[in-house]
Design a binder for this molecule. Structure first.
Ligand code: PLP
Length: 321
């Protein structure tokens, strides 16, 4: 059964009651709780300094997609951030199973976060002396609103992506300041979402997604200033399976604007065509392209194939509260 709760939150700013309902389960440093009860201590540097890495692991029809690949990337993100691993890979896999099983949800996404933790005492500010903490939750996936062309409208944001020499984009992190500003700019300019450029001037990635173009039958995706998405990797593998050429290299804004097809990829949303870029119809038609559609269809087959996904056992819970 899906766990639902309707807490009453009083916002400090407006003093008004906010009704909010969210299916899912939270995991706070060893304990499972209803999603809307899961909370992080204010003193945790994951909250007050964004000193946190995370991963988003989707499940569909009761099967978790590429669980071990996600957990491997999560461990790599922790190592890049010099965060001690709070649990073994096996323990994290069990937590993921449990977050889905306890929620009763068949479709959604699991998030796992490792934070630096709470200072061991008021005097200690050396992050090397902290004990890292593991948080997680399962939730439904937000539905991306496509327009009547079946695709999304995008801008190329004026906000550049944080340079990868400052914040390593390949460690999945919560430094979303640039991404959120770009998303706000998209709203201001009447578009649904935004693609950011790196400081080099080449395309980096979007607000929580990787970007692909198709030109002359060749698929390309940026190599730098972006997370190496698991969906991105899946697209590359599907392209190879289909005998399509797919390259990871520099993509210029001009190449983006003149592409035959553009699509975006993320674990939360899957694969979505972009049909409008900077108020221009992509590929002259403004409809989802042939390559995009073929890869997206195959992607959803992969999502439930036993070689790429793990079945959730909903019948028993193995871990305590
Ligand atoms: N880029 C950023 C900044 C992201 O946050 C995400 C996912 O959240 C992605 C790309 C897509 O990665 P994945 O396919 O692993 O979800």
């Amino acid at each position: 059964m899906t766990s639902k709760r309707t807490p009453e939150l009083v916002t400090a700013a407006s003093n008004q009651t906010v009704e909010h309902e969210e299916p899912g389960i939270g995991y706070v440093n060893g304990h499972f709780v209803p999603l809307m009860e899961a909370a992080i201590p204010l003193l945790d540097w994951g909250f007050n300094k964004s000193d946190v890495v995370y991963d988003g692991i989707p499940f569909h029809e009761g099967r978790i997609f590429r669980l071990d690949d996600h957990l491997q990337r999560f461990e790599e993100s922790m190592s890049k951030w010099r965060l001690p691993h709070p649990r073994t890979r096996q323990a994290m896999a069990e937590i993921c199973q449990e977050l889905v099983a306890r929620s009763g949800m068949r479709d959604g996404i699991i998030y796992l976060c490792t934070t630096r933790g709470i200072p061991p005492s008021a005097e200690v500010r050396d992050p090397a002396q902290f004990t890292s903490r593991l948080y997680g939750w399962s939730q439904s996936v937000p539905q991306l609103g496509v327009d009547d062309t079946g695709g999304l409208s995008m801008i190329i944001s004026a906000v550049p992506r944080i340079p990868e020499t400052s914040v390593d984009a390949t460690a999945k992190n919560f430094h979303w300041g640039d991404l959120i500003q770009a998303r706000l700019e998209a709203g201001d300019r009447g578009a649904q979402n935004a693609i950011l450029l790196g400081h080099s001037g080449f395309v980096a990635e979007g607000v929580g997604f990787n970007v692909f173009i198709v030109s002359g039958g060749i698929i390309r995706t940026p190599e730098h200033d972006c997370l190496k998405g698991i969906t991105r990797r899946t697209v590359m593998e599907i392209a190879a399976e289909m005998g399509l050429e797919c390259r990871s290299d520099n993509v210029s804004p001009d190449e983006l604007m003149s592409a035959d097809e553009i699509f975006i990829t993320s674990s939360a949303g899957g694969i979505f065509p972009v049909t409008q870029i900077e108020d221009q119809s992509v590929g002259g038609t403004g409809t989802a392209g042939r390559v995009t559609t073929a890869i997206r269809d195959r992607y959803w087959e992969w999502r439930v194939m036993p070689e790429h996904s793990t079945a959730v056992d909903y019948t028993h819970h193995t871990l305590g509260d």
